[in-house]
Design a protein around this ligand. Structure first.
Ligand SMILES: [Zn+2]
Length: 82
């Protein structure tokens, strides 16, 4: 599904596009070619490039659903907090 090696971009909707509570950092698979229309975050949110800013690092609140989607399958990669 548009996989180009797993490159992800951190994107946040611009101020004013949505309420502050929805301005979370989404993870978006970087498209291999030109962007037409909108991009789709891992969580399924449609992101229009004109309404979003690309971040160079994690800022603010991450999108929980995107984080869950980006966690590799299987639990071996996560430290056991117990
Ligand atoms: Zn998201």
């Amino acid at each position: 599904m548009g996989d180009n090696g797993g490159m992800l971009a951190l994107v946040r909707l611009r101020r004013g596009v949505v309420g502050e509570s929805r301005r979370v950092c989404h993870l978006i698979p970087v498209p291999a070619g030109p962007v037409s229309g909108h991009l789709t975050a891992l969580c399924g949110e449609a992101i229009f490039p004109a309404e979003a800013e690309v971040l160079d690092g994690l800022r603010g609140m991450p999108c929980h659903a995107c984080l869950m989607e980006s966690t590799p399958a299987g639990s071996n990669v996560l430290a056991n907090a117990g």
